[in-house]
Design a binder for this molecule. Structure first.
Ligand SMILES: Cc1cc2nc3c(=O)[nH]c(=O)nc-3n(C[C@H](O)[C@H](O)[C@H](O)COP(=O)(O)O)c2cc1C
Length: 408
């Protein structure tokens, strides 16, 4: 599907198009978050608390957006975050998004809960791909997934920590997601929302309709069913102890996703991780946790230069990306920004989302008077004084190498 060139100039435009094309339940699955959605809103709003300090009359051309993330050179420090069930938004959506990421010179992170086979997604990108691990389906299923991801050539494993249960997404409950997935009579009252979007329905059925998760094969049962995800998450909390066997099985770089505090950052480093992703799952898990941009300085201060710190949550413009980099993130991940693109127009929509962010970044960097993302630092922004770890000179809380509190 193509997107007409004019008018789609922001991620918000893609969101509007996704809302038009998708059934309400599918759009709300992307757009919604946990409980009262306070963290979802704060993730966005907090970018307004950080203001730029431009250097005028500095000629900046060309503008260098390239970075190295965990040893991988990227031409755009914006990675595509793991977004489960993307295939509900558009046919073979995970492959489409991976393809765009490769062409854009960045990294695609595939969710365990993908609708496409991980091997097919890996083949779809010319670039680097990482695999995000949930332990849904138990240890044996996870070990099989890890072995497949390694054989397929995924370069790093992202272990998501913030999902010991599924968050309460009230919109999903109101839209009857469970009833529809159960396939029984209880789902009937909720079906009109799908019938109201014939173009989506046609694409969805053409792509095989509701399928199972092909990367979670449960011994004796086969692929995990959509309806069983919530229960499966609940049965399989990842603990710090699990990182040991995961690392042994994987044998490559590991990042943990979902860290919001210096304490957890130190704990992650003590477990030998290679990277930390400051994330609150886009506000979809525990509501009213800190917005991620605000948590970032604290984690960066704790991590020092020992591990790669990435961040996601609320990023919708290139200037958001630049602010996160100024606060110490090596790169960011975007979730909804490209998921709206998928919902709007599949691969073309993801391409547009990436283009929007890239162009925004270049413009912002030029206006800021900074020629390279490698030169971005705290001196380009003002940060509220009360933020933990906000001032460059602040002593590291607990000391960078003081692991006693986590190892006790
Ligand atoms: C529809 C949707 C599905 C998601 N599925 C996963 C997932 O399967 N695994 C995971 O670790 N994070 C998942 N996330 C969280 C994202 O990886 C990322 O942390 C979040 O979207 C960042 O916030 P943003 O959407 O504001 O960019 C999902 C997010 C969305 C919006």
């Amino acid at each position: 599907m193509t997107l007409g060139p004019p008018r789609v100039v922001s991620i918000e435009d893609l969101r509007r198009l996704a809302r038009r094309r998708l059934p309400r339940a599918v759009f709300d699955y992307i757009d919604g978050a946990a409980e009262r959605e306070v963290t979802l809103r704060e993730n966005r709003r907090v970018f307004e608390d950080v203001t730029f300090r431009p250097r005028q009359a500095v000629a900046v051309a060309p503008c260098d957006l390239s970075a190295t993330v965990l040893g991988t050179p990227v031409s755009l420090p914006v990675l595509l975050a793991p977004v489960g069930s993307s295939r509900l938004f558009y046919p073979r959506a995970e492959e489409a998004a991976a393809h765009v990421a490769g062409a854009a010179g960045t990294i695609y992170i595939l969710s365990t809960l993908s609708g496409c086979r991980l091997e097919d997604v890996r083949r779809a990108t010319s670039g680097t791909a990482w695999y995000q691990l949930y332990l849904v389906g138990g240890r044996e299923a996870a070990l099989a997934g890890i072995a497949r991801a390694r054989a397929a050539g995924y370069a790093a494993l992202v272990v998501t920590l913030d999902t010991p249960v599924a968050g309460l997404r009230e919109r999903d409950v109101r839209n009857g997601v469970k009833e529809v997935l159960s396939g029984g009579l209880a789902g009937l009252p909720f079906l009109p929302q799908f019938l109201a979007k014939p173009r989506w329905l046609f694409d969805f059925l053409r792509d095989g309709g509701l399928m199972r998760f092909p990367n979670v094969i449960i011994p004796g049962q086969g692929a995990l069913a959509y309806l069983d995800v919530e229960a499966a998450l609940q049965e399989t909390t990842v603990t710090w102890q699990d990182l040991g066997w995961i690392r042994e099985a994987w044998g490559g770089p590991i990042l943990v996703k979902g860290v919001l505090t210096a304490g957890d950052a130190r704990r992650a480093m003590a477990e030998g991780v290679d990277g930390i992703i400051v994330s609150n799952h886009g506000g979809r898990q525990l509501d009213t946790v800190s917005p991620t941009l605000r948590a970032l300085p604290e984690v960066v201060a704790a991590a020092g230069t020992r591990v790669t710190v990435l961040m996601d949550g609320g990023i919708r413009t290139g200037s958001d990306v630049v602010k996160a980099l100024c606060l110490g993130a090596k790169a960011v991940l975007v979730g909804r920004a490209y998921a709206y693109g998928l919902g709007a127009a599949g691969e073309a929509g993801v391409g547009r989302a990436v283009d929007i962010l890239r162009r925004d970044m270049v413009r912002t960097m030029k206006l800021l008077g900074c020629a390279s993302v490698k030169d971005l630092n705290r001196s380009y922004v003002d940060v509220p004084a009360q933020w933990a770890g906000a001032t460059q000179a602040s002593p590291l809380r607990g000391g960078q190498d003081d692991l006693s509190d986590v190892l006790a």
